[in-house]
Design a protein around this ligand. Sequence first.
Ligand SMILES: Cc1ncc(COP(=O)(O)O)c(C=O)c1O
Length: 387
Amino acid sequence: MNYSTHALAAKDSLIRQISMLAEKVDKPFKLYFGESDMTTPEFICRAAYEALQQGHTFYTNTAGYLDLREAIVRKFDEVHGVQFKPTEVVCTAGAVMAIHMAMRSCLDPGDNIILITPTWPVFSSIATLFGAEARAVPLQETADGFSLDLDAVAKAVDGRTKMLIVNSPSNPTGWIISENEQRALWDLALKHDFMIMADEVYDRIVFDRPSAPSFAKIATDKEHLIVINSFSKTYNMTGWRLGYALTGESLAKLMTKLGEFIVSNPSALVQRAGIVALRDGEGYVKEIREKYTRQRQLAMDKLKTISNVTLPTPQGGFYAFPKLDGLHDSLGFAKKLLAESRVGMAPGVAFGAAGEGYMRLCFAASDAVLVPALDRFKEFVEKNLCD
Ligand SMILES: Cc1ncc(COP(=O)(O)O)c(C=O)c1O
């Protein structure tokens, strides 16, 4: 059978490779996925149950219920101080579907996108799926973190560049883009007429401010901007599959047309639960932020005791991305770590070539998982990498 060359070329996720291996391990310590081990809070679960009782069992508007889109724009204004209209919102089955639809709407074969790396691998896989090239621009390593190389971004642009993807707060590095850097990228986007896709799914998971700066705040028009967000991380709703895109009306319309060919609309009862999450969830957001602040400190304190580990300070998101001196095969290392210590972490190379030499762990886990996993990791690194 001749399968699609683009589909075959899209890279399989190395994180999933580790998760599949973990299925064969007895009681693994799972720090490889981007989710906490807490279930969704009760008030959101109850809202879904009540939605079923109230008869929310039908197809909805493809872009999502109007009152969900109204709730999203209200929340966005409250958090970021920027107004969108409900017609500029497309609700999707998770952020990943919004990213997929946005790229499908903007890219033709032979086009290219620019990615700030290391980054979540799904962006480049989707671009490959549509016959587009993903161009990586690595962040520069600094003494305690990462910084953006604006000249390198400008050099990567050519006449076929259709999109620049910026994920901030970043998975896996925890880097947050500054407003000045956003402005510089925005000017570049206007000059060369490409889109900025700002993946802001971790915008509320920050430690020293109320929220990470949204690209929408500095954007001078909506036609060059797609903001991607999700209920997955903010409300611990990864399994529910609810995300959204905010963009100009014409792209929102096109994406909605494509939505019709994918899942028609995100599940009706999940949308109802999403409305309640936005309405009643501020206390919960505060609670998990406090929890992750503690878990982040715990992870940083432990990782800093390992002699050949350097840890960029995670400014946002819930990942630590330690660099290990002497590590050249992070995938092999992740497999061995899992097999011998039962600790599952994502290999840095899963986030692009710039991630080699690093490992990613999600610190949103409970103490019962995080503490022994870090102890075992330390022991494993000292045994296998230290002289
Ligand atoms: C940067 C980024 N965007 C999007 C997603 C996926 O979000 P969703 O669960 O809403 O599809 C993730 C999940 O790890 C992510 O890290």
